[in-house]
Design a binder for this molecule. Structure first.
Ligand code: ZN
Length: 375
């Protein structure tokens, strides 16, 4: 799993080096403001056109090196694009704080073995020590550095550098907690965890909204004109965006509210069996459709980032099996009363959480099985 983060490294400089860095940053900021003014007057955002106008002045007026001049142009254009995207109007950015934008291997490099930061300045290469406290992990194993920004704050120098590295997947042997997640209709998702807590994610509004979209779609399908087909497509896209957003919120909540080392256990819904077993006929249009797989994908991605994992298990009978004794019988569940009552051990519970409890139990069994196999 690839992960990019911004590391903040303190750069440790003596008085003489401090002067060199300070002069370089000042010249760079002046250069950025020079380009910014030029863009504001010409409304020109094409880097190659701007380059023709400003490159030599940047070199001669501010003494910038070739790469620094290029970076001034890129930084100013980038700032304008960001402002235009957000505010939709031409506002001239003014660069006030000392900064220096750097491209890896061209303008700067970092050497973890010697703890040295090497950077191009107005007076050539400068090598100074850096402190990677808190980011040691970024400098072990396979990592790549991206662009960086050198800044000065209260007399101290910091390098903000984007670091991309492989984050190892959480192995089953490292799992410390299990959360069973059942996906249903009455509740979009129900989670049951190692501490015996149940969390319900409401599905009612989702069900209503999807039914509403379905009615809209059916009406338009009957009309069949080109404009109704366009409307149909637009409605479909709106519905999909909205559903993805719901899934994003649920998966985010699950990943963020559970610690590292958590294993989420979900039904493997690749087959059709789960749907025919658990869903009433009039609800079928919300059953084995992409939203469920979308939720699974989103959770898998977020879990990887947080050093958690997702395990998929066979969904057979999850709603009919007693989570306490494992007894499976259709009659365990009273769908009308939303009640689960085990015919064997007498365990009773609201039936909405039974699926999640069983998934939790199946997850624990997988871990136990792993342990036995190891010994
Ligand atoms: Zn039982």
């Amino acid at each position: 799993m690839e992960q990019t983060l911004t590391a903040k490294l303190q750069i440790l400089v003596g008085p003489e080096d401090r002067q060199i860095l300070s002069d370089t940053m000042d010249a760079y900021v002046k250069g950025c403001n020079f380009v910014s003014e030029k863009i504001f007057r010409t409304r020109e955002l094409n880097r190659y056109h701007i380059h023709k106008e400003v490159y030599y002045p940047l070199r001669t007026l501010f003494g910038l090196r070739s790469q620094m001049a290029e970076s001034c142009i890129r930084t100013a254009v980038g700032k304008y694009r960001a402002i235009l995207a957000a505010q939709k109007e031409w506002i001239q950015p003014v660069f006030r704080k000392p900064q220096l934008d750097l491209v890896w291997n061209r303008d700067y490099s970092l050497h973890p073995q010697t703890n040295l930061f090497s950077v191009n300045t107005l007076r050539g290469r400068l090598k100074v020590p850096f402190c990677a406290k808190g980011y040691e992990e970024s400098f072990s194993g396979s990592y790549r550095f991206g662009t960086a920004r050198l800044v000065r704050k209260q007399g101290k120098y910091y390098l903000y550098v984007s670091v991309t590295g492989e984050k190892p997947e959480l192995e089953r042997s490292e799992v410390t907690r299990v959360v069973g997640i059942d996906r249903g209709i009455r509740f979009l998702a129900v989670a049951y965890d190692s501490e015996g807590r149940t969390e319900f994610f409401r599905g009612n509004t989702v069900k209503q909204k999807r039914a509403h979209y379905k009615v809209l779609r059916n009406g338009l399908q009957k009309v069949g004109t080109p404009s109704s087909r366009r409307r149909l497509k637009a409605i479909g896209q709106r519905e999909n965006r909205w559903m993805r957003d719901v899934n994003h919120c649920i998966s985010k909540s699950l990943a963020e509210n559970n610690p590292e080392g958590t294993m989420f256990v979900l039904e493997d819904l690749t087959g059709i069996r789960a749907a025919t077993e658990r869903v009433r006929v009039q609800d079928r249009f919300v059953s084995v459709s992409w939203p469920y797989l979308d939720l699974e994908q989103k959770l898998t991605y977020k879990a990887l980032k947080r050093h958690q994992r997702v395990e998929r298990v066979d969904p057979a009978y999850t709603s009919q099996t007693c989570p306490k004794c494992g007894h499976t019988e259709l009659g365990n569940r009273d769908k009308k009363q939303h009640l689960f009552c085990c015919k064997s051990c007498g365990y009773r519970s609201n039936d909405d959480r039974i699926g999640a409890m069983n998934l939790y139990r199946m997850g624990m069994e997988i871990l136990e099985h792993d342990t036995v196999a190891e010994e």
